[in-house]
Design a protein around this ligand. Structure first.
Ligand code: SAM
Length: 286
């Protein structure tokens, strides 16, 4: 029997209540009920039969069902045991779908990727309470993702695309814009979810650069960005001097000046390119 289309609160309530379940706020369970938005997310990933897609938090499978018809393979990781059993029942017949009942933050992504062929893509309506750790985990994994498409809280989309010196600009902005090309695909109103969340959302797409420089400098960039934004009102000189990277503050001051960066600037004003040149300069010192 083909599964019902998940496109109304009524259908979701029926599916859940038949199993004595209800949406769990603590797990960020806000299900999409708008076909256009679901298709827009999938389309942003430009999925085809040569792709293996990792979907995080498939929920009841509304997005999964679209992806599984387009991709060579879909691996969908759902933490909630109740939703997992619904997914198995509804979509278990798709032979190119692998369902995992796991916490994405505990999954070994290298093992997962090794079991896939073709271009690797991530497409997800993310659970908002762990958006940042999930994105960092994906970027830090070293896996050559071709594309990542996320539905995230609008505030997170603003942080990802923020300009230096603004209050949204932070370690997430620096690391993701270093890691790949970042695009905001479009806004998504809170009214297309059930239950309706307190915030609006946006679709963002990250196309990783996948060059050696990114891989080699990623740990340094991460160290610098974290130090610079830990106390964002401090000068870059003071922020980095507590990080043990240099023997003395004078040496650090000289290094910053050599890199064309005024040591008295606040870390939050440095562009991604400036963080990159600091990371590269530090790399060459070893
Ligand atoms: N994909 C569905 C949709 O678009 O309607 C549901 C998206 S909902 C925003 C987030 C999903 O992530 C929920 O199904 C939730 O149970 C799941 N989830 C929450 N924490 C998770 C974790 N640590 N690992 C994997 N899935 C998780």
């Amino acid at each position: 029997m083909p599964p019902d289309k998940i496109n109304s609160p009524k259908i979701i309530r029926e599916i859940l209540s038949a199993r004595n379940l209800a949406p769990r706020k603590s797990l960020g369970q806000n299900f999409l009920i708008d076909d256009n938005v679901l298709h827009k997310i999938a389309a942003a990933g430009q999925v085809d039969a040569g792709d293996a897609v990792l979907e995080i938090g498939p929920g009841l499978g509304a997005l999964t069902e679209i992806l599984v018809k387009q991709a060579g393979k879909v691996v969908a990781v759902e933490y909630d045991r109740g939703l997992f059993s619904i997914l198995k029942e509804r979509l278990g017949d798709y032979r190119n779908l692998e369902l995992l009942n796991r916490d994405i933050l505990a999954v070994d992504l290298t093992v997962l990727a090794a079991g896939c062929q073709g271009s690797l893509k991530v497409i997800a309506n993310l659970p908002y309470y762990i958006t940042t750790p999930i994105i960092f985990k994906l970027a830090e994994s070293g896996i050559p993702w071709e594309t990542m498409v996320f539905l995230v809280q609008k505030e997170v989309a603003q942080r990802i695309t923020a300009a230096p010196g603004t209050k949204e600009y932070g370690a997430l902005t620096v690391m993701l814009n270093f890691y790949g090309k970042v695009e905001r695909i479009g806004n998504v109103s809170r009214t297309v979810f059930y239950p309706e969340p307190d915030v609006d959302s946006a679709i963002v797409k990250i196309s990783p650069y996948r060059n050696r420089e990114v891989q080699a400098l990623y740990p340094r960039m991460s160290q610098l960005a974290q130090a610079a934004f830990r106390q964002r009102r401090k000068t870059i000189l003071n922020a980095l001097s507590s990080d043990g990277l240099f023997q003395s503050k004078e040496e650090l001051g000289r290094f910053l000046t050599e890199q064309g960066i005024d040591p008295n600037r606040r870390g939050e004003t440095l562009s991604v390119a400036e963080f990159r040149s600091l990371a590269a300069g530090l790399g060459f010192r070893e």
